[in-house]
Design a binder for this molecule. Structure first.
Ligand SMILES: [Fe+2]
Length: 294
């Protein structure tokens, strides 16, 4: 009897909270708040959340707020390591024909990257092993998309993006335009694994749960063309780091894994660039864009 009374009180509170949103003028906001209330209460009831645990949760979110500024976004990191960013992408980019799969944008995209000519080098002074990247941009009918815009960005050999270095330097990012046959080519750096920023509350969460902060090595792409769904994706380097280390943000899709072929020093480059005693790699990425609204 006592137990039934407890259950009724808990359910009554959930119903009252859901009901409190009934007059929300925006129907979408109303349904979001109702569902959020139901799921949050289900979590508290299922786990029998203690008051100390509730306080620890509040303290965690407070710390995430305090460390967040224009260059550091702890809430996006939290969303990423919980797989919520990736799930939101999956929900919003349903598979369409053979369109290239999307993955997380990540916190290091910067609008207005420098224009790079086809065949140019996006490194911009960033250190790392040279990597020749080429491919094409097509629609799902197989027709080339001339003039498609590609934004590409990546970390340097130390695992850091330009914005993580002191100063205003722009490096290892660029904006290119596919040629009249929808093809592109450029020099970049062979991607290396790097940790997501883990000196804050999200890092402490990963440590407490015996999880790695490492991301599988990757090169970021943002590809757009008129009438096409904009594609935010990466290509991942096939190899030991991907297979053993996993990816802290659940971004890896099998269809996005590419072999970066290693070329020993002295191997002639596709464009005749002299690399002296340096090794280099090459990779091909053929991109297919879904129709807008697909
Ligand atoms: Fe990245």
């Amino acid at each position: 009897m006592q137990e039934q009374g407890q259950q009724a009180r808990e359910e009554g509170l959930v119903a009252a909270v859901v009901e409190s949103f009934h007059a929300t003028p925006d129907a979408r906001l109303r349904s979001l708040m109702e569902a959020l209330s139901r799921h949050l209460h289900a979590f508290v009831r299922e786990t029998r959340l203690s008051e100390e645990e509730w306080r620890a949760g509040i303290d965690f979110l407070t710390a995430a707020g305090h460390i967040t500024d224009a260059r550091r976004q702890e809430f996006v990191l939290l969303s990423d390591v919980l797989g919520v960013s990736m799930q939101t992408i999956q929900v919003n980019n349903e598979a369409y024909a053979d369109a290239t799969e999307a993955t997380v944008l990540g916190p290091f995209f910067v609008a207005g990257a420098p224009e790079v000519e086809l065949g140019g080098d996006i490194a911009g002074g960033a250190a790392g092993e040279p990597c020749w990247v080429q491919g094409s941009v097509r629609d799902t009918e197989g027709e080339p998309l001339p003039g498609a815009v590609l934004e590409v960005w990546e970390c340097d050999e130390d695992g850091l993006y330009d914005v993580q270095h002191e100063g205003e330097r722009t490096a290892a990012r660029g904006r290119l335009r596919a040629d009249e046959r929808g093809e592109f080519r450029f020099w970049a750096l062979t991607p290396v694994p790097y940790p997501i920023p883990h000196d804050g509350p999200v890092g402490r969460l990963l440590e407490a749960t015996a999880r790695s902060p490492m991301r599988a090595p990757h090169l970021h792409f943002l590809v757009s063309a008129p009438g096409r769904r904009t594609l935010i994706t990466h290509i991942f380097v096939d190899g030991a780091e991907l297979r053993c280390g996993g990816d802290a943000v659940f971004g890896v899709r099998e269809s996005l894994v590419r072999e970066f072929e290693r070329r020993p020093p002295g191997t002639p480059t596709p464009d005749g660039r002299e690399l002296g005693e340096r090794s280099w790699t090459s990779v091909r990425f053929d991109i297919v864009l879904a129709p807008a609204g697909a």
